[in-house]
Design a protein around this ligand. Sequence first.
Ligand code: SF4
Length: 367
Amino acid sequence: MRGISSVPTYVVMQPTTLCNLDCSYCYLPFRAADKRMPVEVAEAVAAEVAGFASAGRFSVVWHGGEPLAAGREHLAALLAPFGEGVEHHVQTNATLIDDAWCAFFAEHGMRVSVSVDGPRARNGERVTRGGKPAYDRILRGVEALHRHEIPFSALCVVGDPRAGVAAELYEYFLTLGCEVLGINVEEQEGVNLRGNRHDPADVTAFWAELVTAWRRDPRIHLREVEWSLRYAGAVLDGTADELLPRRLDPIPTIAHDGSVVLLSPELAGFHDLRYGDFTSGNVLTTPLREILARAAETPWIAEFLRGVEDCRARCPYFGFCGGAHAANRYFERGRFDVTETEHCRNSKIRLLEGVLDHARDHQPTAV
Ligand code: SF4
């Protein structure tokens, strides 16, 4: 894997900066402001996406703020320019989901991912703008999805990864009825300045316990564990070099105003004296294809690519990790040409170690 691909596998669209919740770990800088994406931005992206979609499956991920806070009418207007070959996804806090939204998801074939951090007691960070717990509203949204038989994924933020937590979470998500589960260990990112350093043994034990819980009842596609097992399997059969894509996926994030931030959606809306606003262009003035073709000219991206090469040269986990995410390097260490971060320790290194610990502890005994 070297350099950045000029063809993304998906784009992230920000229909509004607004979020109706105010979670204490949120990284978004403008979540109290309702800056909406004009339809012209969606039209400009859709015109380019048609070409990407013809190269295979292509996804558009609607991500906020809270995308449903843009309202059904406006979101429908933003979806309208996209053609048949595009699969739409939405990442939502679920609090606004009702029967009408479920009908909207069904009509547009939209795939839904819900942010929920486990049982009620683990959702204390998730509060409304008035500071009230959001959990009951999240559950009402999930119940509506069940009523309408709309399958959904779940995304869970974990602030205290350690043994005991993983088994509880997995049991909860089995009951919640999601098809896919992603686990994000809380990151120090954007306006969330809380430290994310944990005892390595705790984090490894968390992941090992998650694998054990999953293997007891593997009804849910568990994103991180499936990645790790795929990598471990590829190492064993000698194909690990083929697992990472040949080039980095540029993951263009289209902000509400049409500006494009590549590789790390979390950088959108931030500004730095050295790197400027992190954008690589604006779809209202430059076709997305052109912006992608010149990606490596964006100064911070050139610096990030040097950091990835350093990871390749030094880190034994590179074949699994691929250099992780640009935003974590910047928000933790202030630059992009560094290697290890707390994020990569928590979510790449300890993850793989936890899966391997589980495998060591469950080796078949010789007879
Ligand atoms: S685990 Fe960390 S240091 Fe290793 S390749 Fe990934 S980002 Fe780089």
